[in-house]
Design a protein around this ligand. Sequence first.
Ligand SMILES: Cc1ncc(COP(=O)(O)O)c(C=O)c1O
Length: 342
Amino acid sequence: MTKRSFASDNNAGVHPEVLKAIKAANDGHVIAYGNDHITARAVKLFQKHFGPDIAVYFVFGGTGANVLGLKSITQSHHAIICAETAHVNVDECGAPEKYTGCKLIALPTPDGKLRVEQLKPLLHVVGNEHHVQPRVISISQVTEMGTVYTKKELRSLSSFAHDNNMLLHVDGARISNAAVSLNASLKEISADVGVDVLSFGGTKNGMMYGEAVIFFDKKLASDFKFIRKQGMHLPSKMRYISAQFEALLSGNLWKRNATHANRMAHLLANELAKIPKIKITQPVESNGVFAIVPPKYIQRLQKKYFFWVWDEAISEVRLMASFDTSEHDIQEFVKLVRKTVK
Ligand SMILES: Cc1ncc(COP(=O)(O)O)c(C=O)c1O
């Protein structure tokens, strides 16, 4: 078997229960583009988890979910405010700017989390035609630094947004890991705390591919079906994405996978913290571990267990656990780190 690494939860394979669901969906012909019984069942499951009044649409990937979700709630004279580290800011090749036409205002944060205090100064341009108008606060939950917004933090961001004619968008590529971390349901950290639009991630939590865009106010989704098609994210064989969501959401697979990945990250961090030259740099609140490893050891470690350097300037690396990371993987990796980093 190919060895597992700590490079990314995207590097993991597909959970066997998801594969089984894909296989079961592979039966005869059904109407394409989402007008099938499997998609209807998956939509019902989203309504069960997030509330009956949502509008939900399936897309191929996370960048598409973010960009199209943002496109549907903005005009090109608007600004989208995000953290400097946000996926929409650094990892989407400018797609949010290209497709929405909006300016992204990216703010520095120590831990990937936006705070209301840093948003307030942006309001002085409201109503002034010389400036883009702040319209969306876009946050990532889990953040790109592995940290998790609390319910209180989410509520204060959504209240600030709504008090100022803005909307709260959440890149939830790892929303399941956040829910588990907060010991909350998916609804308690989205609909219940005032999130307006959510990219719901499946791929990093055991699916082969597929994400969902959820609107908590259906009016915001009035043009989404056109935006999705024009944005090239209307899957014709939708049933195979729907079947995967059904596998995640019908029982508790979403929770089992995320719980396991988070637990493995904690274990990894606890073990690495015992090694004197390694310094954990962020609180471990999900399935990511950020650590400073002296530069001269990195390549040697990467040869056996690939991972990414997150911040070259401080020799900080990112290690991700997945639904399939095992305790043995961690023991073996930590053994290697202990032997190498002296
Ligand atoms: C925070 C975050 N958002 C979104 C995505 C989705 O990206 P993709 O378009 O590769 O599915 C990722 C994937 O790495 C991510 O880490």
